[in-house]
Design a protein around this ligand. Sequence first.
Ligand code: PLP
Length: 833
Amino acid sequence: MKTPNESPKTPKRNPKNKVTANIKLPPVKQGLQQHLIFSTFKTSDAATPRDWYEAASYTVRDHVVERWVKTAESYYKDDPKRVYYLSLEFLIGRMLSNTALNLGLNDELKEGLAALGRDLEATVEIENDAALGNGGLGRLAACFLDSMATMDIPAAGYGIRYEYGMFRQSIENGQQVENPDNWLRYGNIWEFQRPEAHYNIRFYGHVVTYPEDGCQAQRWVDAEHVVAMAYDVPVPGYGTETVNNLRLWAAKAAREFDLRHFNDGNYERAVQERNATESISKILYPNDVCELGKELRLKQQYFFVSASIQDILRRFLTSREIKCQEDWKILPEKIAIQLNDTHPSIGVAEMMYQLVDEHHLPWDFAWGLVGKIFAYTNHTLMPEALETWSVDLFGRLLPRHLEIIYKINHEFLHMVNHHFPGDVELLKRVSIIDETHGRRVRMAHLAVVGSHTVNGVAALHSELLKSTLFADFDRIYPGKMTNVTNGITPRRWLNQANPGLTGLIEKAIGPDFKKDLSHIKKITPLADDADFRKAFAQVKQANKMRLAEKIQKVTGVVLNPDSLFDVQIKRIHEYKRQLLNVLHVVTLYNRIRSGEQGMTPRTVIFGGKAAPGYAMAKQIIRLINDVAAIVNEDVVVGDRLKVVFYPNYEVSAAEILFPGSDLSEQISTAGTEASGTGNMKMALNGALTIGTLDGANVEIKEEVGDENIFIFGLTTPQVAELKANGYNPRDYYNGNAELKQVLDMIASGYFSVEEPGRYQNIVDNLLNNDQYLLLADYASYIKTQDEVGKLYRDRDAWIRMAVLNVANMSKFSSDRAIGDYAKNIWHVSPGNS
Ligand SMILES: *Cc1c(COP(=O)(O)O)cnc(C)c1O
């Protein structure tokens, strides 16, 4: 047995040097004054708002660092089982406000700043969002980090430190324009570079076979090297001393690699290669559509996964003495790795590579360990979103890993054939290598084969996984598929985003719900308390005013805060059906123009980014803005109907939008939205849902009761049946006069007079194909929206329902979700570090 490679070293701790024993931090106000001078080198007269933001961040950071060091020490000492959450995306948003909240420093910070003549809200607004994710999947990872720390689970996140996060969206002439998100321009106070924590990552080269202990062994040679360097971001729990770590990797050129060209005297070439290498961590891929199959993306995945697994094994090895094979047996008792979607699923092969080639464990023994370490979360059933890589590309970039995958597949198919003899079609369907589409590696199959547990993200989605996408695997591995319904952290999405509602609830039932959301149930009887409803309505109104002010500032549109704020904020995608919402808007517009009286005034707010390569999604944004331009200018309409597109939807925007919403649009075609988490944030902030029986809407309905949610449209089986029987959207067009009028207007250029044919393609698509069944659900949607409008006029009844929504949201806390993962998948106990 080779001695494990211990570099880079974790210093052995001498218990007598307790570095954290006697840290005494000054009061916040004093910290602000000191940091303004010593960290930003400014006097308070010369300080800009950014200087104050920095002084505030350094001050709060001192407190988080203190606990962070203690947490690391205790993990090192107690050596608990650790959970590693691998995700290509972490949509964490701003750090200052959330850190101050979780550390319990909010009031002190507010007072400290006020005493120095500064405003807390204006100060936190300076911070750029860390937008290291596309949407729900990345935000889920961020909510999970918050919950793991809050529940004292020894956990770490691993991802990529993208130099450019998600693009910044602006709207010009009604169209989306993508601007670079240079979020690190002014530096990032919340990250710590760790030059000592770096690993070599290899690409290309080839595999040689050599004899070892009388057997044939493989070695990967002549590869190019990239260095992964760690940046650590603190993840403080709420109401606990625990501060976990999020480790993000940046690509740096390897030194030897540069020197080759320097020695040739080719300076320019050396610099160019450095830039090419470092491009691995430059950009976040917008991954909704057409972005699959790119070499750089596979490189990103391998880069961060390899660095993370080397780091995980290094930590394991420095915590104990490993002298023989037997000593490795406890590996699965010490680490659990969660794969957030298939993006990090190459980890299964990388772990085999590390254990077999680098640490010289026998293949079967290593595979036995791997099968107890990994678990995989599936986020989509959509075939176009399931990752595959061409065998050619894969083999060129990672030749040894392709061999490893072939061997895993060979043994897997052998096992399947043993249990289902002679079923050749089954073997073809489940093989990790797809031979039917020009030989591709199916990453989802690798993830399923290499994991002990596979979970969907809502009850409906997990059932559909078992009955459709992974039906074969469910037969092969009975019991491997399970469900963990997603959740959101109530710290950011209630406490931080909605201090008004938080204060009201706290006054009524005390503060326990802030740490443990199950206590929020106690407000249930207050739904019938007129004073409480009045106070609740006032909070909602104040949040709507705050949102209206913000919207006026960013779009110029003046809103009527007494109107129903009808909000759909999420990535723009055909399956999410923003277009169905537009059809409703135009329907209302036509009713107003035809003289209908007594309608409930509405403000319809959209927000979300379209993937830059997704032409139809960008067209939908343009249509929303074109419709807004006509409707908002029409004097006949007045303030009975307004349409707004809120640009650059991101976490900090979401924090204003959710509390200011009355109606939550969750209208995806049944069977397409795996879970949704925007639906949960909305309900927790007292918005009522209009939605289909899709994703977590199904469970929201179960929790709040059928009478407190607006459900419409086809169910998943009805969708399947309609499609199977030959869906003809024109039947619906011809059979519904309002729908026909709306589509004819859009097609004829009513909203695009300067270019009448602009939306012909959208309408043609609906009439001839309509993959997401907008026309089939239109009548049901309109009818339900009419009920919504009617109910809103009985404000007291509406508020009562809203209170009951808030009261019944405890299931959707990410603490509940993390509790499920801890118990059923990771086998770690909260608080048992
Ligand atoms: C919650 C959230 C999402 C996910 O929203 P869905 O409605 O579930 O698609 C996306 N982006 C941001 C910024 C979020 O906060």
